[in-house]
Design a protein around this ligand. Structure first.
Ligand code: HEC
Length: 235
């Protein structure tokens, strides 16, 4: 019985989290596949060309990524890196944080663990739902991130969408270079890559957790005998 109540409470909690994360907005589903290296390579390319100018992925090293997604260091150097980076460098940003703050009103967050923070469905939806909004400084708004400070950086590929506030959602009012299907694939690859870069960071966090736990155990070993010694005479 206890177990049943626990399970029920847990599922309520998880469901609540899912709704809270999406703000009650419908999210499109995406299947990520971290073993699909071709997809990860395409995603890496999009990330480097269109995201890294503003966002960092400071936990990700180029040479580690090369190995994980099936490229040689040379391929990464030739096609994915800025000339000034070395292959052992982390993927840090070309723009200075204070400039970014001035231009966008907010510093673009590091994207190393964004797939874990927001979920892949959220990212997939977010990157496909920028729409024209003349009231915004950027000229665009976003369906799942209201009044976002990020411009629609992939407008050349997607074209522009308009929000006519109908139940059908957004409609395409100007064509981009890609068809809707091709654009969806591009974003799927990008989200796949973002999910991938969240993994190595997880390994780093787990490594840290080990030390924290060890610290707690050692602390207990010291504190418990002390507590006993202090209270001995009182009992
Ligand atoms: C021109 C600069 C710029 C570029 C290029 C850019 N972004 Fe952003 N991005 C921002 C800013 C600024 C924010 C913060 C928006 C806010 O908080 O209002 C942001 C926010 C985000 C968020 C939400 C983060 C959160 O914590 O909720 C995601 C996800 C994101 N960007 C992904 C991307 C991806 C993927 C690309 C590449 C396709 C990209 N961005 C390219 C400026 C940029």
């Amino acid at each position: 019985m206890k177990k049943l109540i626990f399970t029920l409470l847990m599922s309520l909690f998880v469901a609540g989290q899912a709704v809270a994360a999406s703000g009650g907005i419908h999210l499109d589903k995406v299947e990520v596949d971290l073993s699909d290296q071709a997809s990860l390579q395409r995603g890496a390319k999009t990330f480097v060309n269109y995201c890294l100018s503003c966002h960092e992925a400071a936990y990700m090293r180029y040479n580690r990524m090369a190995k994980d997604i099936g490229l040689t260091d040379k391929q990464v150097m030739d096609s994915l890196m800025f000339a000034s980076d070395k292959v052992g460098d982390t993927m840090t940003v070309a723009m200075r944080a204070e400039d970014a703050k001035r231009w966008f009103g907010v510093t673009p967050p590091d994207l190393s663990v964004i797939a874990r923070a927001k979920g892949t469905d959220w990212l997939y939806t977010y990157l496909r739902t920028f729409y024209l909004d003349s009231a915004k400084a950027m000229g665009t708004n976003n369906s799942v991130f209201k009044d976002v400070g990020m411009p629609h950086v992939l407008w050349q590929q997607q074209g522009y969408l308009t929000n006519d506030h109908s139940e059908h959602g957004l409609t395409k009012t100007s064509e981009g270079e890609l068809s809707t299907h091709e654009y969806n694939v591009m974003i799927k690859d990008l989200v796949n890559f973002l999910a991938y870069i969240g993994e190595p960071s997880k390994i780093q966090r787990l490594a840290l957790a080990k030390w924290v736990l060890l610290y707690l155990v050692l602390f207990f070993l010291v504190a418990y005998p002390m507590k006993k010694a202090f209270w001995r005479d009182i009992h």
